[in-house]
Write a protein that binds this ligand. Sequence first.
Ligand code: HEC
Length: 163
Amino acid sequence: MTALEHGAPGRAARGRKVFTKAQCVKCHRFQNEGEPIGPDLSSARRHLQRKEIVESVVFPSAVISDRYRMIQVRTKEGAVYTGMPLPGAASDDKLVLFLSDARKLEIVKERIEEQTVSKVSLMPAGLLDALTSEEVADLFAFLETSKVNLPAVGTRNDLHQAQ
Ligand code: HEC
């Protein structure tokens, strides 16, 4: 199949399904869908070039803003958990961590032995590995369907050529 056979709107519509299939929807909002754990991607295209979006997905830990830092918690029992604290879900005696597999974990604060800041992103690396190159192209077409869509820059055709 060539890129010509798929109009961009068709790609974007299929990309929306890929957004769900590849778990993105569990941590990101895109327009009116998804969970607000990571940055809202509706306007990602406004401040990031496609190359930077691809890099964020392939190497999630390269750049992490302080707002999305994960912490690592070691309990008195010696169990170690890494996740992003959800302040809204916490209480005086409990901490709630959002884990990389999109599960939420409650930890009783009394059980915490040590708490450190993690250098790893909550966003798992390798999310695109499970997708076909067609699905990856669809996903990026979808991420570019913002209302304030800028003309695509530079690397636009890289993914098509990869097929
Ligand atoms: C388990 C949660 C999780 C999943 C699943 C996830 N992300 Fe993320 N993502 C994050 C977090 C947290 C950040 C912010 C920290 C960072 O940059 O690593 C982020 C950052 C990003 C960024 C950079 C945004 C910016 O404004 O800098 C992009 C782009 C992105 N994710 C796209 C995706 C796509 C596409 C998928 C699906 C293939 C996906 N993410 C799946 C949690 C997740």
